[in-house]
Every structure is written in C-alpha cells, then in structure tokens.
Design a protein around this ligand. Structure first.
Ligand code: ADE
Length: 254
C-alpha cells in the first residue's frame, strides 16, 4: 500500500492520530530539523505523521522532508482555519480544492499572488483525496449530529469545498478579513500553511489535500475563538475525520 504523509501545525490539530498509530503496532520516531516524524500504521494505513508547526516556511520544510526523506506518495494536511466567506461559520469544515498564498506579492515585477518564475498563483489539490476527505467529513458530521447540535444549535455544521488562502499572518480584524474578501472573492477560509504545502507538492508531483475546520471568522474575536475552539473541539474534529478517512482508505486498498 502507498505511504501517506499526514501533517498538522499544532498537536490538537493531529487529534489522537499518534495514539491510534501506537494502538496499531510499533511507531518509529525520526527527528529531522527539530521535528518528530512518526512512522507506523494508523487504522491499517502506512503513514508518516508529523507536526509542522505554524507558518509557510514550517509547512514547506516539513513537506519537503516527507517527500525527500520518507518518500511519501501523498500528503494530507489537517487543522483549523479562519472563515473568510460570509457564509462560512465556526464549526463548518472546508476542503481546499485550490490553495494560494494571499501574502505573496512581487508586483510590479510579477502579478500579485503569483509565485515568481513558476507562473502560477493557485494550486489544485488532488480530487480523489479531497473527495475521500469530504466523505469522511460528512460522515463525521452526521455521526456527531446530536453533540454538534448541542453546541451549534440551529446551524448544524456544513462541509464546503473551494479555495483556501494561506499567509504568514493570523488574520484577526474586520479590516483585514474584508480586504481578503475583496481581493479574493472565492476564498472560503484562511490559514498559514496550506498554500506552501501546495506549492511544494506541485513542484514534486505529489498529490495532496487540505482539510480545515473553521475555528474563528478571522475578525476581532478570532484570537479568543481560535484558542477556545482549538482546545474544545480541534482534536475531536481531526480525530473523527482522520479515522473515517483512513478506515475508508484501508478498505479500498488492494
Ligand atoms: N488559523 C485559524 N484561524 C486563523 C486565522 N484567523 N488566520 C490565520 N490562520 C488561522
């Protein structure tokens, strides 16, 4: 079976994945660039799981090690994000079908957002991986319906698929999130790693997918909302989504 890289920025965003790997058998740990790479099997799927920490450099170097050192065939990134589109609420899940770096601006030398000399601004996630994640998210939300209803009331969380934008900023003001909405009207959510992972994976022909639960709406309440959501629900969402995704992947494997 192919080898899957699984990345997150913070421990809560990986949920109970490492414990699940330990429950499946031996987990070998290799340290590279001050990061621990956990090599083992989760729910029957061979994988390398690691914490990238926060930001685009962190994501790019971690993805590069997963590809060059461990030879992963595919990469999935899981975590939280700020909602950017007005319809996207805290508790919703966004699958990044396309990723871009909202803070990349070498204009007037190159068009704003374009990765210089690559001639591209947006990178497409792998459609099969993204669809498999979307199914896992839908079944997680359906299975956890009662618990989620108690928290989110009349607005049960939804799964969205579309553009995620990334940058080395925690977006936390109305002015900044409104500027993102104006510049990038298709953006559903903002985070700090996906666009960098996407560029590295494109450059190495490695299929990838990004799944993000909305922890805040990138406005003045974002810092408080982010911390509260991360601790209360970040792990529950990531564990629930990854478990369903990996079990389904195992079932489909030859
Ligand atoms: N990750 C979660 N919330 C975020 C925000 N508001 N800005 C950037 N990254 C985030």
């Amino acid at each position: 079976m192919s080898l899957l890289g699984i990345m997150a920025a913070l421990p809560q965003e990986l949920g109970s994945l490492i414990e699940s790997m330990k429950a499946c058998g031996e987990v070998r740990v290799q340290v590279i660039g001050r990061r621990e790479y956990h090599i083992g099997v989760a729910f029957g799927v061979p994988c390398v799981a690691t914490l990238a920490r926060i930001g685009k450099v962190a994501a790019a170097t971690t993805a590069t090690a997963l590809i060059h050192v461990f030879g992963v065939d595919e990469i999935v990134f899981t975590g939280v994000a700020g909602g950017v589109h007005p319809d996207v609420r805290v508790g919703d899940i966004v699958i990044g079908e396309s990723l871009m770096q909202h803070d990349l601006d070498a204009s007037p030398l190159f068009p704003r957002f374009e990765v210089p000399l690559l001639g591209m601004a947006t990178f497409s996630a792998d459609s099969a991986l993204s669809s498999a994640l979307a199914s896992a998210c839908s079944s997680f939300l359906a299975d956890e319906h009662s618990a989620l209803e108690a928290r989110f009331g009349v607005h049960p969380p939804k799964v969205y698929r579309g553009m995620i934008v990334s940058g080395d900023r925690f977006v936390s003001s109305h002015a900044e999130v409104n500027a993102l909405r104006s510049a990038l009207p298709d953006a559903l959510a903002v985070e700090m790693e996906g666009g960098a992972l996407a560029q590295v994976c494109f450059e190495h022909d490695v299929p990838f997918a990004v799944v993000r639960t909305v922890s805040d709406t990138a406005d003045a309440d974002a810092p408080e909302s982010f911390i509260e959501f991360l601790h209360a629900l970040g792990g529950t969402y990531s564990s629930g989504i990854l478990q369903r995704f990996l079990v389904a992947r195992r079932a489909l494997a030859p």
